[in-house]
Design a protein around this ligand. Structure first.
Ligand code: ATR
Length: 284
């Protein structure tokens, strides 16, 4: 009889029914022939602290944190790794003996998807992030570390963009402005949608002059079909438009590595999750 209990992992969020994380981690565990349990838990803000401590008391080894708890959870950890500190958010908890350590693998997930899966270099590129909420905050440092020519954060509400970039010690490459202040003569090599547009409204009203035929566009959100942002980019003649499935899979792989010190191979996962490659990326 196997008396060794399976290691416990999970993801917490509110809502949580849409999450693909249990399926992704199950694929990783099967691929690596490891025996783990990974479950989704619907946890409200009110239940957050108790749940984390109960999970720890029961011997849980790791949790992913999704919306809306990525910032709130920073209060409940004993240590925060520097990249989570810089992101202002945690997406991974590591339960290490009596300590809870917070980390963030979202940013490296995006970088891995762009660099490894789509062979896009960020170095020397003009990069635009649309949006100045939590999703935008989390990807600024990892992008800056790749030495783009410039990194512009443009938001509908300009003061939110200015306030966000001010948290990065006047980094010389970083600039925060209103979307309506974007310069009509400047196009961008990489354009990342970190707004909730597409979820909140299907009408995309960003200025089309930001796109050139060389632009690689990336939507951090994802769905089974091409997103409204992807379609808008292609209508405006972008080189290609990608949605965030790869980032989701790559961040999961980095979390798995933090917990189990072995990195799953992500190459066949899209197909295994039933995601059509022709919906994940649109090309001209
Ligand atoms: P998250 O933490 O997921 O980034 P958030 O903090 O609610 O979510 O931020 C949502 C982002 O989407 C904001 O940048 C918001 O712009 P404002 O700060 O100006 O509200 C942006 N956003 C949402 N709907 C938008 C729309 N229709 N057009 C442009 N930006 C939009």
């Amino acid at each position: 009889m196997n008396i060794i209990a399976k290691k416990q992992y999970g993801v917490i969020g509110d809502p949580i029914s849409h999450t693909q994380s249990p399926a992704i981690h199950k694929f990783f565990a099967v691929q690596l022939k490891q025996d783990i349990n990974y479950k989704a838990f619907h946890i409200t803000q009110h239940e957050l602290k108790n749940f984390i401590h109960e999970f720890q008391d029961k011997g849980g080894e790791g949790l992913n944190i999704t919306l809306p708890h990525k910032t709130a959870v920073m209060e409940y950890v004993d240590e925060i790794n520097p990249r989570a500190e810089r992101a202002g958010a945690i997406n991974t908890l590591i339960f290490n003996k009596n300590k809870i350590i917070g980390d963030n693998t979202d940013g490296i997930g995006l970088i891995n998807d762009l660099e490894k899966n789509f062979h896009q270099k960020i170095k020397n590129k003009n990069v635009l992030i649309l949006g100045a909420g939590g999703a935008s905050h989390g990807i600024i440092s990892p992008l800056l570390e790749r030495s783009p020519s410039s990194l512009t954060v443009a938001n509908r509400n300009s003061s939110k963009a200015i306030n966000l970039v001010s948290q990065f010690q006047q980094h010389p490459l970083l600039n925060g402005i209103g979307i309506n202040e974007l310069d009509a003569t400047q196009t961008f090599d990489i354009i990342i949608n970190a707004t909730s547009i597409g979820i909140t409204s299907k009408t995309i009203d960003f200025p089309s002059f930001i796109i050139s035929k060389h632009s690689v566009c990336y939507d951090l959100s994802y769905q089974m079909d091409p997103t409204p942002f992807m379609k808008w980019c292609m209508e405006n003649n972008a080189q290609c438009a990608i949605q965030g499935w790869g980032m989701l899979i790559e961040q999961a792989s980095e979390s798995y590595y933090l917990w189990r010190q072995i990195k799953p191979d992500t190459s066949s996962l899209l197909q295994q999750l039933g995601i059509n490659a022709s919906s994940q990326v649109l090309r001209r």
